[in-house]
Design a protein around this ligand. Structure first.
Ligand code: GLC
Length: 419
């Protein structure tokens, strides 16, 4: 079986009748940003199924525009915390926090590469109001003072759950929980490759707190002891706003376009202030202390994906990537390899993730760093060819770790195989 056939077989195997789970058992529901990438993977060989991925995700959207991190389409005992812990009584049940807003990027990507143009236009037109509502939610719920940076209230929202960038902010979160913690992930995967126990207690403390605040966005924003401006989310949102503006030219009104353009200006201004000359990349910011978080991670390169870097900053980031590569030859490590907190096998504290590589490579190429972009994609293909469709990879050895037969890794492979 060729790798393309294998990647398609993984998506089909993880399909649960219109949406795909990230991988069997470890993640038995639909995850928000996974589905954006997975839709792009489906689009390489099954366009109706690609749109369905996004349609199913939007079945979980809240009336205020929030798109949840998890949609619990069908019950499963394989994951903690399940719907009972979130206590959100909707149909389908969902979690109460969000994830990086890649969905508008996926929708435009599907439209642009469509062979069945009429069907794609109909889908994109139908979806446009939900995408617009989602971006409005980000600004109203997460940047109530219009600072130009949206806040993240839970490490799970960042998609980079145990990134070293969250250590100090997460330390402020108490470890007491009212929910009994019954982790399932460490019965599927070696515990040394997953977040630590104390981090899980803090993750669940936040879930308990938000549930006690009735999942009300304003009350959550005020009450959360964890409040950061994540450079990854802000960059992905800016890229998504730019892509939404393209969709708005086809499917939106003059007023929609003006509204989106104003948000683009605010976000671009906010992101520009996150640059660190000393580190040669962008940093996240702790919104409680008001200070930049001096922990370089791979998401600090994502402003290239958003068209939010100057040529001098792009050159500085390309140099930083080369320095990281000396210690961790498989690009792009998720945290700075030459740093005491670097752990090459622990989840977001070092490993390479194919989806992040795709965004960074796309961004560098768009700025004319074509060779670096191609190099990152080439390495991503090689990692998958030698180590399989793993959840993530050790950047020092290229070993595949975490869950196997992962949907978003398969999806990225399919997108790269088309290049
Ligand atoms: C983990 C990852 C997150 C991903 C989810 C499902 O929580 O950190 O980014 O969306 O798994 O794959």
């Amino acid at each position: 079986m060729s790798l393309v056939e294998k990647a398609r077989a993984i998506l089909r195997g993880n399909d649960r009748g219109g949406y795909a789970v990230p991988t069997d058992r470890l993640y038995p529901f639909q995850w928000n940003w996974d589905s954006g990438f997975v839709a792009m993977g489906w689009a390489t060989f099954d366009e109706p199924r690609a749109w369905s991925e996004l349609v199913f995700l939007l079945k979980g959207q809240w009336e205020d525009g929030m798109i949840p991190q998890i949609v619990f389409h069908a019950p499963s005992d394989d994951y903690f915390p399940g719907p009972d812990v979130w206590g959100i009584h909707r149909t389908p049940p969902t979690s109460g926090i969000t994830q990086p807003p890649i969905i508008a990027v996926a929708a435009l990507w599907l439209l642009r590469q469509a062979r069945d143009v009429a069907a794609a236009e109909a889908q994109a037109a139908a979806m446009f109001p939900a995408l617009l509502a989602h971006h409005r939610w980000w600004e109203s719920a997460r940047d109530p003072q219009r600072t130009g940076l949206v806040a993240t209230l839970h490490p799970w929202e960042t998609g980079m759950d145990n990134s070293p960038a969250w250590d100090v902010a997460l330390d402020r979160v108490p470890t007491e929980t009212t929910t009994e913690i019954r982790r399932r992930d460490t019965s599927h995967i070696d515990a040394s490759m997953r977040p630590r126990g104390v981090e899980y207690q803090r993750f669940i403390h936040l879930v308990d707190l938000f549930r006690d605040h009735g999942w009300d966005p304003a009350r959550m924003y005020e009450a959360s002891p964890f409040r950061v401006a994540d450079i990854g989310i802000n960059a992905i949102l800016l890229r998504a706003e730019r892509d939404l503006l393209v969709l708005a030219e086809r499917f939106g009104s003059v007023a929609d376009r003006a509204e989106i353009a104003a948000r683009i200006d605010r976000l671009a201004g906010g992101i520009a202030r996150m640059w660190s000359d000393a580190h040669g990349l962008f940093l996240s910011r702790d919104l409680i202390s008001g200070q930049p978080i001096p922990r370089p991670t791979s998401e600090g390169f994502l402003p290239v994906f958003a068209g939010a870097a100057t040529p001098a900053r792009v050159a500085a980031m390309a140099a930083t990537v080369s320095v990281w590569r000396e210690r961790a030859p498989w690009m792009v490590a998720s945290s700075e390899p030459d740093n005491a907190v670097f752990e090459p096998k622990r989840y977001w504290r070092g490993p390479v993730w194919a989806v992040v590589n795709w965004m960074i490579a796309d961004g560098f190429a768009s700025y004319g760093e074509v060779a670096l972009g191609a190099d990152i994609l080439d390495q991503t293909r090689k990692l998958i060819a030698q180590a399989g469709f793993s959840e993530y990879f050790d950047p020092t050895t290229g070993e595949g770790i975490g869950g196997a037969d992962f949907s978003w890794t398969a999806a990225i492979y399919l997108m790269l195989a088309r290049d």
